[in-house]
Design a protein around this ligand. Structure first.
Ligand SMILES: CC(C)(COP(=O)(O)OP(=O)(O)OC[C@H]1O[C@@H](n2cnc3c(N)ncnc32)[C@H](O)[C@@H]1OP(=O)(O)O)[C@@H](O)C(=O)NCCC(=O)NCCS
Length: 209
């Protein structure tokens, strides 16, 4: 099912794009794009990559992956979301959400846009597309982590209405035994308060004082 169609305004092709949910046969393209984007990063600490198994689980129902295609089958971006349920890695636990709320949590996991097609707001567009479905799927609390060294992503996420709730070291691994610094951001879809994005970006500096 096509979730959205649009036209790219920046990049080497001003092509039409289509956004649709990934199916199992998309997995190799998704892995290849993740690798291409990761390899091109000058600061690799901004992106915690996902294994093929994790992404396949998302496609099979633990989450969803929105894929952005041009020329019918050329993948130029994707957004991966996950429904953590009451597992210990539910980010709600990091910010003190009540246990009864955990099943309504959705994680914005990774978003990657091919370097050639950046500047088309695909991170924000894929967010708006998925946000429109979340309540009807039974989800209410949106959580994600963003590296303090990733200003482009932080700006887009704050503009999407998420608020910074904490700064912690996350994603410990053999490669990063102390973990990676991450802001934890949160949005309640039923919260109708207006947020000032400028104020929120300013607040992110407070964490370093
Ligand atoms: C973060 C990311 C998804 C944003 O892509 P996007 O949606 O195309 O970005 P935007 O359309 O909001 O870009 C706005 C501006 O910032 C620039 N920009 C975006 N990402 C940039 C980056 N990583 N480096 C330099 N400039 C970047 C764009 O070129 C654009 O500039 P312009 O206004 O002069 O045209 C993309 O940079 C990316 O894939 N980064 C690597 C993976 C990552 O960090 N993902 C987020 C954490 S999971």
């Amino acid at each position: 099912m096509i979730l959205k169609r649009g036209r790219l305004t920046k990049g080497k092709q001003k092509a039409l794009y289509e956004i649709r949910l990934a199916v199992p046969t998309d997995i190799d393209k998704i892995m290849a794009l993740q690798e291409q984007v990761y390899e091109a990063l000058s600061n690799k600490a901004v992106l915690a990559t996902d294994s093929k198994e994790t992404l396949a689980e998302a496609i099979n129902g633990m989450g969803a992956i929105l894929c952005v295609f041009i020329n019918e089958s050329q993948l130029i971006a994707y957004r991966y979301i996950r429904f953590p349920g009451s597992t210990p890695d539910n980010l709600g636990l990091e910010i003190g959400l009540d246990e009864s709320m955990l099943n309504q949590v959705v994680h914005l996991e990774t978003t990657v846009v091919s370097p050639e097609y950046r500047g088309n707001h695909l991170q924000s567009i894929t967010f708006s597309v998925v946000e429109a479905y979340l309540e009807s799927w039974g989800y209410r609390y949106i959580l994600c982590t963003v590296s303090p060294e990733n200003p482009h992503s932080l700006k887009n996420i704050i503009e999407a209405g998420l608020e910074i709730k904490a700064l912690k070291r996350m994603y410990k691994s053999d490669l990063n035994p102390f973990g990676l610094w991450r802001f934890i951001l949160y949005k309640d879809l039923k919260d109708t308060r207006m947020m000032d994005p400028i104020e929120e970006i300013g607040a992110s500096f407070d964490y370093f004082q």
